[in-house]
Design a binder for this molecule. Structure first.
Ligand SMILES: C[S@@+](CC[C@H](N)C(=O)[O-])C[C@H]1O[C@@H](n2cnc3c(N)ncnc32)[C@H](O)[C@@H]1O
Length: 294
């Protein structure tokens, strides 16, 4: 992945053609603080910004391969993200005989809770396999590839008690989001809960964390905020996590938007929180959590 235009021409066109210098400066300034908060060196951050401007990452990955592995793949995803999940997500997951993590990615959430006596069998599904599955596999965890067209059959057969969707729904297009939520509504037992962690902000509430970042973020209009969140997300997934195939339709909704969609499908909202802009994140994108019940 050297010349970004060759690898991601279409996505870059969608994102970077809408950018103006003010938004770009805002994004770079925020990236500087967020990336240094998780331990990246100034040299890494400067190089990333310069290469992004040129849309060319010749030599970047050779030069910073070991920093990416130690600071991001391990330090962020295997240390800081589990801390974040333990604080913001795990307390909302009810005791479960069978817990399903849809779009589990590396499987780090299930790995994080694998010794928690609240849970029995942990199943993670994703549309692609991750190398970490081999490392995190245990007698009470299974990771499986389940494509979109097999998901209904799978969920019907697996019959989970509760489900987690963490940072997944905005990787599905709008129709797919509705399709998955409807499948879950039809197949889960009564009182089952779904815990949704999303890149999402409230249009009416104040955030629990990061009031200053929130203030600067909310100065942009709705379309600009969406663009800022999309570019952060693109940088995190494509450049930092080096995930070439994760779908990126940038289909965010506000917290209120998620609430009304879930209620329309039939779910009851049992918890809804605008986490805001927590510390020690790779990107300063807004965070919300929603717990819905069948
Ligand atoms: C940003 S990652 C989040 C991974 C993980 N949940 C976490 O919290 O670290 C989004 C994941 O959603 C997966 N995904 C996208 N569409 C999906 C679908 N239709 N079914 C299952 N997984 C999907 C992607 O492959 C990717 O692994």
């Amino acid at each position: 992945m050297n010349n970004l235009n060759e690898d991601y021409g279409h996505e870059l066109e969608i994102l970077f053609n809408q950018l103006n210098p003010l938004i770009y400066q805002y994004i770079l300034a925020n990236l500087r603080t967020s990336l240094s908060s998780i331990g990246f060196s100034q040299n890494f951050i400067t190089n990333l910004s310069d290469n992004l401007k040129k849309k060319n990452f010749n030599d970047f990955y050779d030069k910073f391969n070991s920093e990416l592995k130690s600071v991001y793949d391990i330090g962020f995803f295997q240390e800081k993200v589990p801390e974040y999940f333990n604080k913001e997500v795990v307390p909302h997951i009810p005791m479960s005989n069978k817990l399903l993590d849809v779009g589990c990615g590396t499987g780090i959430l299930l790995h994080t809770i694998s010794n928690n006596p609240k849970f029995n069998l942990l199943t993670g599904i994703d549309i692609k396999e991750y190398p970490e599955w081999q490392k995190f596999k245990k007698s009470n965890i299974e990771y499986l590839v389940v494509q979109e067209n097999e998901s209904h059959k799978f969920i019907k057969k697996q019959k989970p008690d509760n489900v987690v969707l963490s940072w997944v729904l905005h990787h599905m297009d709008n129709d797919e989001q509705i399709k998955y939520l409807k499948i879950l509504y039809s197949e889960l037992p009564p009182k089952a809960k779904i815990i949704i962690l999303e890149d999402s902000y409230s249009t009416i509430r104040i955030p629990e964390t990061g009031a200053d970042i929130h203030e600067s973020f909310m100065k942009w209009n709705t379309a600009e905020r969406r663009l800022i969140m999309s570019i952060y997300d693109w940088i995190a997934n494509r450049l930092l996590a080096r995930r070439k195939t994760v779908p990126m339709p940038f289909s965010y909704r506000s917290l209120e938007g998620w609430e009304s969609l879930c209620e329309k499908i039939g779910f009851k909202i049992t918890y809804s929180g605008f986490i805001g802009f927590p510390d020690k994140r790779d990107i300063n994108t807004p965070q919300s959590i929603l717990v819905i019940e069948k």
